[in-house]
Design a protein around this ligand. Structure first.
Ligand code: PMP
Length: 482
């Protein structure tokens, strides 16, 4: 098997593809497959890169030094234009698996019959709201359907600001909540990042509740409450300006922040302080909702809190542009100021059919249970690697939302950014897709489709183990970066 398990790319190692092609005759004169059905009938990688460069905005990056052209997806697998299989360990959008037949069929059937806006009555919209409602605690009862996580968070801001009559928001450092102007203003990841305009005066940051790198560390039973105390400092800064906070927005587990699990009591204490100051609490579940954490359907449930507003996106439509906001009757009613909220595509019959199918598959295929079991196995395997490889400083996560923080030195916890980039590239070469995150991009990010299996977890661990033993990772800055 040439040292490969489970990802055998054909008759030879992938690195020898060109040699084999050069000595193998082309079978097509005998097979007679039309040109347009073969790769030579399609755009080559170079051509696509050239066309992108000339016709797309340059503020968009491409994954991997050797870009991938993916032409097909199924379950947890992606296939490139040569037919090579990649194990997708990082896309949390195709939640129930790439191109799940049930979801595809639901969309196809509905789009063939009707797709229009929510000013007409339709069963799908109310049935879908009912189904989501069954998954949520009181008093989260009223829905708004939109098309992207950004739209959901923008609407959440409008709800919070209209309800409280205030504008100031408290946000967690390193957070990303979306690409709209209103969200760049509350996303330190963007406003403090490259090209960012800096923090607006109506946004207050609190430090990331990171028990590995932050001031209050794992082992301190009060770490969560201590991080939450910083929320009161933010409230005081707003009060000093003679204003009050509109609210606090926080992901239920921090994604861009570096795959961080919130310490116990963090949200409970933070929410209490925000509510005492008259603000509302928004949980951004765009990345982590829908059973990913394994033990619960929503990330906020792991903190024992009930937010005033919850935003959902990515996994909700398995790749179809669907997102939602749920809130309380009181907040929704306060938003009915006379200005209508209408969203051309949000909640259309096709989107709702897709949303319903996703919920059906999560339940029928027991994907939350799978996330718990496979995520546990994955974390246990990564913990074992930590014993063997000093580069791994921390392994953390819940269910199939896992982070591996790489450090140059376990005492100083200096971030191993280049090592993380090297590993992500090498994993890609070996047929496993994952990526890096965190403010220093030194955290390996693993959040695969929820159909990820035990053998996928074992394969990922085995390949990572092999790569962690490679020579370039022994120095402080890995050379031989592919
Ligand atoms: N919130 C979080 C936590 C996100 O990660 C993202 C997207 N990465 C968004 C909101 C925005 O979602 P979208 O890209 O669908 O607008």
């Amino acid at each position: 098997m040439l040292g490969m398990e489970g990802d055998f790319p054909g008759v030879a190692g992938y690195s020898r593809k060109n040699i084999w092609l050069s000595i193998s005759p082309d079978p097509n004169p005998i097979l007679g497959i039309p040109d347009h059905e073969l790769e030579q009938g399609r755009c080559g990688l170079e051509e696509i890169l050239k066309l992108r460069k000339s016709s797309l905005g340059p503020s968009l990056s491409i994954s991997y030094q050797r870009p991938l052209k993916i032409v097909r997806g199924f379950r947890q697998y992606l296939y490139d234009e040569t037919g090579r299989t990649f194990l997708d360990s990082v896309n949390n959008v195709p939640h129930v698996g790439h191109c799940h037949p049930r979801v595809v069929k639901a969309a196809q059937e509905q789009i063939a019959v009707l797709n229009t806006n929510t000013r007409y009555l339709h069963d799908n919209l109310v049935r879908y709201a009912e189904r989501l409602r069954e998954r949520l605690p009181e008093p989260l009862r009223v829905f708004f359907f939109v098309n992207s996580g950004s739209e959901a968070n923008d609407l959440a801001l409008r709800l919070a600001r209209t309800y409280t009559g205030a504008k100031d928001m408290i946000v967690v450092d390193g957070a990303y909540h979306g690409h709209l102007t209103s969200l760049i203003e509350i996303s330190p990841y963007k406003f403090d990042g490259p090209g960012g305009p800096g923090r607006p005066p109506f946004t207050q940051k609190v430090i990331m509740p990171d028990v590995y790198q932050g001031p209050y560390r794992a082992g301190d039973p009060d770490a969560g409450a201590k991080y939450a105390a910083h929320v009161s400092e933010a409230v005081e800064r707003i009060h000093k300006e003679d204003r009050k906070p509109a609210g606090f927005i926080c992901e239920s587990l921090l994604s861009c922040g570096g795959q961080i699990v919130l310490p116990d009591n963090y949200l409970r204490e933070a929410f209490r302080r925000v509510r005492e100051a008259g603000g509302v609490c928004i949980a951004d579940e765009v990345q982590v909702g829908f059973g990913r954490v394994g033990t619960h359907f929503w990330g906020f449930e792991t903190q024992g809190v009930i937010p005033d507003i919850v935003t959902m996106g990515k996994p909700i439509g398995n790749g179809h542009p669907l997102a939602a906001v749920v809130t309380t009757r009181e907040i929704a009613d306060a938003f009915a100021t006379g200005m209508e909220y209408f969203n051309t595509y949000g909640g259309n019959p096709v989107s709702c059919a897709v949303g319903l199918a996703v919920l059906d598959v999560i339940e029928e295929e027991k994907l939350q249970e799978n996330a718990l079991a496979v995520g546990g196995r994955l974390k246990a395997g990564l913990e074992k690697l930590k014993e063997k490889h000093a580069l791994i400083g921390d392994v953390r996560g819940l269910g199939l939302f896992v982070g591996v923080e790489l450090v140059l030195d376990r005492k100083t916890r200096a971030r191993a950014t280049l090592h993380a980039a090297y590993i992500a590239e090498r994993m890609r070469e070996e047929g496993i897709l994952l990526s890096t995150d965190g403010p220093f991009r030194n955290v390996l990010k693993i959040k695969p489709p929820m159909v990820f299996s035990a053998s996928d977890a074992d394969l990922l661990i085995a390949v990572l183990d092999r790569i962690l033993s490679e020579d370039p990772l022994r120095g402080r800055s890995p050379k031989g970066h592919p």
